[in-house]
Each structure stands twice: as structure tokens, then as C-alpha cells.
Design a protein around this ligand. Structure first.
Ligand SMILES: N[C@@H](CCC(=O)NCCCC(=O)O)C(=O)O
Length: 245
């Protein structure tokens, strides 16, 4: 029985019950444990104090989860955000170096939503801070009264490359819960999927040897009900076991 791989999941820094806490939605951990058959471990967003390299020495893969917080605009030369926007500088200071180090090592990396935005910024790309205000763009914010409504399938994407190979699909219907999105794609990243309005929906490092993929939607959401999501987590788990996609 092969050893179950260990996969790091950088947490968010959140105020809960008056205390600063490190957390991520449990659906990411469940999708890793059940869909990828790996052992997920939370990585505290300790920024520079975190010995990122030391963590990666002990990990077989990295999953960068989504978050309602936005990246600090100064990280990509964007305009200052209006007051009151949720940001998470501790997470930014943790994930950006962690992503660069993991990609450099060829570690399997699966980045989701904010994680795609972090990968792009970590490698020198930029973001649109309000996609819905751009001419010709849809509103990708996933409005709805309930989580089920917010995370329901919203639009198709056209897949290429690793995404298409893993899912065995060219057209995939995905959910959409994000206000921001990629503006300038970082050098060294290739676009693997776009939405009908031109929004970049997936990227991967051009020279990636294994499973290194970032997606703007949420495949972890009820992943077992969607064949493409199931295939993505299974392939990520296999990559963490050392099996090429
Ligand atoms: N804040 C960024 C990233 C969006 C993201 O990761 N959304 C998933 C979590 C959202 C939620 O559950 O509320 C953006 O808005 O683009």
C-alpha cells in the first residue's frame, strides 16, 4: 500500500470570535482527503517567519485554496483598493514565496481561485480588481442567497493542455465566485482555459513537468458530483504519489 502523500494547504488569517485565527474552508481538505487520497496539512500564514523551504522538504504537493480576501494591489502595481475591502497580507506574504519555491522544485501544485491569482502575481503578472466593471465582461462574483446558489455552475470554459488531458473534455461547465481576475498573464505561464467573455480561467507553468495547474473556478465544491472535478483531484493525488499526469 503506497504511503499517502502529504499536501500543504496555506491557511487564511481571519478574525473569528475576536481572535486572529488560521483557517480554510473544510471542503478543500475533504476534496484532498477523499478525492485525491492524500493527507492534507494546514500551513500557517506566518509570512517571512515561515520557513517555506523547510515545509516543502516535508511535502509531496501544495494546494492553494480560494478566499474572499483580495491580494494587496501594491503586490502587482494595481490601484489602491477602496477602504473596507477584505485583504489578508499575512496570507499574501506566505503564499507568494511558497508558490515560487514549489514551482521551482517541480512539486505538484493545484491553485484554486485566489490561488490562481496568487500564482500569477507571484510570477510577475497582474490582476483586474473588478472584472464586472470591464466592458464586455460578465459578472463572475457568484451572486446568490445560499452557498448552493453562489457555487452553482455558471459558464462554460474552453480547455487546452493539461486541463483538457486530465478531464478529457474541451468544454467544461464551471462555477464562478470571484470579483478579480488575471489582467497580464505572468511570463512563463500559459493559458489553459478561457471563459466566453475572455476571462482567463486556468494557467500552468510553461515548462511544468508534472501537475502544476491553477484554475479560477472551484473544483473542490461538491467535487464528487462533477466528473471534471473528480478527475482533477484524482490526477493531483496521483501526481503527489509521483505518478505523471
Ligand atoms: N477574493 C478574490 C478571490 C476569490 C475567491 O477565492 N473566491 C472563493 C471564496 C469566496 C467565498 O467563498 O466567499 C476575488 O474576489 O477575485
Amino acid at each position: 500500500m503506497p504511503r499517502r502523500p502529504w499536501v500543504g494547504v496555506p491557511a487564511c488569517c481571519r478574525e473569528l470570535a475576536g481572535h486572529s485565527q488560521h483557517a480554510t474552508p473544510s471542503r478543500y481538505m475533504a476534496a484532498l482527503a477523499e478525492g485525491a487520497a492524500v493527507r492534507p496539512v494546514l500551513i500557517p500564514p506566518l509570512g517571512e517567519a515561515l520557513d517555506a523551504e523547510g515545509y516543502l522538504d516535508r511535502l509531496d504537493g501544495l494546494l492553494i485554496p480560494g478566499s474572499p480576501s483580495n491580494l494587496r494591489p501594491d503586490l502587482y502595481g494595481g490601484p489602491a483598493a477602496p477602504g473596507g475591502e477584505l485583504e489578508d497580507p499575512a496570507r499574501d506574504a506566505t503564499t507568494l514565496p511558497l508558490i515560487r519555491a514549489a514551482l521551482e522544485r517541480g512539486l505538484p501544485v493545484f491553485a484554486i481561485c485566489r490561488g490562481l491569482q496568487e500564482m500569477n502575481v507571484a510570477l510577475g503578472g497582474t490582476l483586474h480588481s473588478r472584472l464586472h466593471l470591464l466592458p464586455g465582461r460578465e459578472d463572475h462574483r457568484g451572486h446568490g442567497e445560499t452557498l448552493a446558489e453562489r457555487y452553482r455552475p455558471r459558464h462554460d470554459i474552453t480547455a487546452e493542455g493539461l486541463l483538457r488531458a486530465v478531464t478529457e473534455k474541451k468544454e467544461i461547465r464551471v462555477n464562478s465566485v470571484h470579483m478579480q481576475g488575471i489582467d497580464r498573464v505572468a511570463e512563463g505561464l500559459v493559458v489553459e482555459a478561457v471563459a466566453p467573455d475572455g476571462t482567463v480561467e486556468a494557467v500552468r507553468p510553461a515548462g511544468a513537468r508534472g501537475f502544476q495547474l491553477a484554475v479560477q473556478w472551484h473544483p473542490e465544491w461538491r467535487f464528487g458530483e462533477d466528473p471534471a472535478s473528480t478527475a482533477l483531484f484524482r490526477a493531483f493525488g496521483a501526481a503527489c504519489q509521483g505518478v505523471a499526469p
